[in-house]
Design a protein around this ligand. Structure first.
Ligand SMILES: [Zn+2]
Length: 169
């Protein structure tokens, strides 16, 4: 039986330390930049930021997220939408350089019915793919990588994102 790969089904799950109901994306972007390493936040743009997924499907699975709390893609401000796509494009380019994947899945879940774990705050998944990874993904996708692995991925990608200006083109 062929397993369909749907990386956006497994969502970024709230951390235990955010049990007060606060939006995890708002919490991390409003935190001081000094905390970006702890939050795995890779890049801050004018309108959007880039963050590693705590529960990655594959190494370097990241998300591009508007700074402001938005659930409505249809009415997203053009400047925010433009930067969302620009940073998605830049993320793909960086992961291609750093990890040499064979392909990518990009996706958004709009609404909880569509599988969004954090439905009220838009986010774009960027998931690198390697040949044969679907065989173990259903298992690995449920497993939180050990923090050291995430920290290593973070340091590796952060070096690339630090080269991008605040207004990415
Ligand atoms: Zn939010």
């Amino acid at each position: 039986m062929e397993t369909k790969f749907t990386p956006w089904r497994m969502e970024y799950i709230k951390r235990d330390d955010h049990t007060d109901g606060a939006c995890v994306f708002c919490t991390m972007v409003q935190a001081p930049p000094a905390n970006d390493g702890d939050n795995l936040l890779l890049y801050r743009g004018a309108h959007c930021f880039v963050v590693l997924n705590l529960y990655p499907y594959n190494p370097a699975h990241l998300m591009v997220v508007p700074n402001q709390h938005r659930r409505d893609l249809a009415n997203l401000e053009p400047a925010v939408g433009d930067e969302l796509f620009t940073l998605t494009r830049r993320s793909v380019a960086i992961i291609e350089q750093a990890y040499r994947p064979h392909g990518f899945n990009l996706g958004m879940n709009l609404g909880r019915m569509a599988g969004a774990g954090i439905a009220e705050h838009l986010h774009m998944h960027v998931v690198p793919r390697w040949g044969g990874d679907t065989n173990f993904m259903p298992v690995v996708g449920q497993t939180k990588l050990i923090p050291e692995e995430l920290a290593h991925t973070y340091m590796r990608l952060r070096a690339y994102f630090s080269e991008i200006p605040t207004h990415p083109g």
